[in-house]
Design a protein around this ligand. Structure first.
Ligand code: HEC
Length: 131
């Protein structure tokens, strides 16, 4: 029993080290907490998420807006925090119907785009991120 526990702990540690190496580069997928599924990013899906973010979210969250919304862009939050925004839907605008024109899959695509391009997803010192 003890040997197995040590082996499992070792395996877990190795897995963690592997993950740290991977998160250096821009993520290519994310675990969606609302559906508990792994979403593998596609170019088309990310482009749609970006388009929806610009046309819906940025219609209020642009600099100098008159509705009292903070300026927001993908790097305003780190990837985990973007997941929280969509999983918990805590912002005032999520509660007052400002997201109502978007269906659940469209919101997941916006979440994908923001997660992929978030404040902690880019490392200029990593060869995977250059060019
Ligand atoms: C009709 C205008 C409007 C739209 C559309 C809108 N928001 Fe908001 N949002 C607001 C306002 C007003 C607030 C409250 C002030 C603030 O915190 O920026 C807010 C708050 C937020 C916050 C909290 C900001 C903070 O600094 O704590 C987040 C995150 C957010 N919105 C994300 C989004 C996303 C993502 C979308 C698109 C799915 C969106 N919003 C669409 C008006 C809007």
């Amino acid at each position: 029993m003890r040997g197995r526990t040590i082996l499992m702990t070792g395996g877990l540690l190795l897995a963690l080290v592997g993950m740290v190496a991977v998160v250096q580069a821009r993520p290519t997928k994310r675990l969606d907490p609302t559906t508990n599924t792994c979403r593998v990013f596609t170019l088309g899906g990310i482009e749609e998420g970006q388009h929806l973010f610009r046309s819906v979210c940025k219609s209020c969250h642009f600099r100098g807006n008159k509705v009292g919304a903070h300026f927001l862009y993908s790097e305003s939050l780190i990837s985990k925090a973007w997941n929280r925004v969509f999983a918990e839907r805590y912002p005032a605008c999520a509660k007052n119907g400002s997201w109502a024109s978007l269906n659940d899959e469209q919101l997941r695509r916006i979440n994908d785009f923001l997660y992929m391009n978030s404040g902690d997803s880019y490392d200029p010192n990593n060869a995977m991120d250059c060019g």
